[in-house]
Design a protein around this ligand. Sequence first.
Ligand code: ADP
Length: 480
Amino acid sequence: MQLNDKSLLESRAFIAGEWRTCDKTFDVTNPATGEVIAKVADCSVENVKQAIDAAYDAQKDWAKKTGKERSIILRKWNDLIVAAADDLATILCAEMGKPLPEAKGEVLYGASFIEWFAEEAKRVYGDTIPGHQQDKRIVVLKQPIGVVGSITPWNFPNAMIARKVAPALAVGCAFVARPAELTPLSALAMAVLAERAGIPKGIFNVLPNSDASAAGQELCANPKVAKITFTGSTRVGQILMRQCANGIKKMSLELGGNAPFIVFDDADLDAAIEGAMIAKYRNNGQTCVCANRIYVQDAVYDVFAEKLAQAVKTLKPGNGMDEGVNCGPLINEAAVTKVETHLKDATDKGAKVLTGGSRLSGTLFEPTVLIDVPSSALVSTEETFGPIAPLIRFKTEDEVIAMANDSEFGLAGYFYSEGLKRVWRVAEALETGMVGVNTGLISTEVAPFGGVKQSGLGREGSKYGIDDFLEIKYICMGGI
Ligand code: ADP
């Protein structure tokens, strides 16, 4: 791996402000080549406990600092990340596979949360409420919740952690991160820079670990952890929620999606193609807000399908490190199997492949467009997490809203229409936490990201994202 600053490639755990080796290690491989790029310290449950203890002890002083003091340190962390963005992107591309420019985009997107919450650190306002009796005064304080345990997935190895750690640290919490076992290197590189930025020992811990279940159990059961923040599947979200029940722990859950992408016949079709390309093929279809089911109204179905296939044929799949590649490999063999299963199920049920449709080499899969997909196909009911665009035909607005909402998920939804009344009607009717109207890209640090139904609890980003790391305390003063 070509890095300007080789010290960013760290394979030890970061616990209590110290770099530690563990008895065991596990391999991190490059999905584009299958090559082992690092042997990473494999943290035990004992290590998780040590990190929680350190976080618990350090948090008190961190919370006592002024918002401005924390803000200055977070700002420095942001600046160091931005300055090292090329190296961080190289590490991210190597462990996760997304093309280098997209990897750099993720690093800068992650940093934008640290910058945003560095600013917000100074604005954690409370309230005064007129008293209910003449001699009473009421004040509302917002206080940091305490130690936060975090479990994150491999599809955004940097940004999923940045989105959580930034608001947590901004308000005075301490953070114990357990990154995905497939992609711990980006998290460790962030810790290298956190240390350089002056984040105090114990406030940010990174625990690479191959046994997610054991680490998760400890984070959920340990009484010193006040809150769990998780991004990943609904299945694991449910497990964590059960595990947190005993301690009544607060939770933020950003879970699976099955985003509908609707193209009405009054849409600007070229804009809809551009949006569909971003919403479907970004990160090779491996994001929870990726368009999973594409509904196209009857009158524009054929022309939309043709235009989309043309656009998809211009994509260049390959090793994300290579110039011009804009579609990387899928993360692993299991991901290819899922894509192949969904594809076969759709074609068995009558769908036709307009372009793509097969594996190229390794875990590299051709960007694919399917037409005549029935709404009973797996591609329209389950998250595919791969580069397949299934086009489903619909006739009326009511019909498509019913199909879009017929899902246990409710993360993102997208639609294209030039009609003002329809825009309001459909935006209000979609049962999702986020709606993209005439755009395929909705993620930004300034807006609240999150889902409804089984897509999760809580929001990340924006002023709303900070509330998830705060407790409200009301003080009633009498005898005045
Ligand atoms: P994905 O399909 O995105 O990998 P998962 O929910 O399986 O979604 O994984 C998200 C994160 O949760 C990963 O870091 C994974 O290691 C972790 N994980 C998986 N199973 C468990 C579990 N039982 N307890 C805690 N964390 C888990």
